[in-house]
Write a protein that binds this ligand. Sequence first.
Ligand SMILES: NC(=O)c1ccc[n+]([C@@H]2O[C@H](COP(=O)([O-])OP(=O)(O)OC[C@H]3O[C@@H](n4cnc5c(N)ncnc54)[C@H](O)[C@@H]3O)[C@@H](O)[C@H]2O)c1
Length: 370
Amino acid sequence: MRTVGVGLIGTGYMGKCHALAWTGVHAVFDDTPIVRRVLLCYVEVGLARRRADEFGFEASTDDWRELIADPGVEVVSITTPNALHAQMAIAALEAGKHVWCEKPMAPSLEDSERMAAAARASGRIAILGYNYIQSPAVRYIGKLIKNDAIGRLTHFRLEMDEDYMADAEAPFSWRSQASSGYGALDDFAVHPLSLITTLFGAPNEVFGEMSRPYPDRPDGGGRRPVETCDVASALLRMSDGASGTIQVSRCAWGRKGRLQLQAFGARGGIVFDQERFNEVEVYVAEGQPEAQGFRRVLMGPAHHPYERFIVAPGHQMGFNDLKIIEAHELLNRILGRPALAIDFDAGLVIERTIHAIARSSREGRWAAVG
Ligand SMILES: NC(=O)c1ccc[n+]([C@@H]2O[C@H](COP(=O)([O-])OP(=O)(O)OC[C@H]3O[C@@H](n4cnc5c(N)ncnc54)[C@H](O)[C@@H]3O)[C@@H](O)[C@H]2O)c1
């Protein structure tokens, strides 16, 4: 049986998710090659060895270039801070590796464009960590829209809120540095945009607003000015006349992983929230008015690929399962099969949209996405 060798760069929040995905993908999807966890990279050599042992990787290094040069590594997982994605992804593609890079692509549009160009030139597969498009619920929503269940889409609203930076005393981190990008736009808005571009298409024009709730945060013994915006909003115009909004905040107390989508069509509506991502609410304006209302559809084996994880309906999937599905789609694409994934070209559409939102926010007027 074919095997595929993977290398993992970064072992933080997303690094562990990629490690778990690589560990589980063949057990869940038996049509994939057996995954060999070849090499893990972390900046400190002792911790790299420890993480490699914990995550089941054969070897470790503190030098990401060594990982990319390793002939046993066929696919590189990049889970480092945003500012490092471009150099790592481009080097990996130039070395002939396939790439699974965390979102966003890069803080600058120029670097994102260079990443997409490198992927095209390499002929290798390069996809981004837009896990939320992978859930059975979002796939089901896609099916409803494709099958015209709610009629022609008229408008949509997406919100992404968490509170991990809601405390003014939360420490300064790479996420507060301008080198990571605009802030909530690159960190969060890209996720709603992954759903919008997957389900409804790409926005034409945007009007943006960004704000910085706290001017500084604790850093070492003192305080350091925050360089990014933790809150952002945008109005969107689609080419078919539909309109939408996005609102995102990293400072929304009480919201833990809220990614809410409301889509309205000429005949009905759909509501989804990632905090309850095993269910979808659907409203269709038909039948007796007194019996009309939103219907809650609980995910189960009928909603692919739920059945791959567990045979029992309603027993619920979790976030890390989305990463397993994403790894499966990456392997599908490597094997030349149809796959649902946001590759670097599709990711560029998302990047162009957030840069247009930022431009609009600066200039105080509508901006074309281009
Ligand atoms: N898809 C999602 O839902 C999702 C969620 C959270 C974060 N992310 C993305 O994942 C990326 C990482 O975020 P995180 O929350 O895991 O951050 P993190 O700070 O928890 O982890 C970053 C890791 O990168 C490592 N690293 C930094 N420089 C390195 C270098 N030169 N060589 C090797 N390793 C290096 C760090 O040591 C750390 O292990 C970001 O781009 C972020 O936007 C995606």
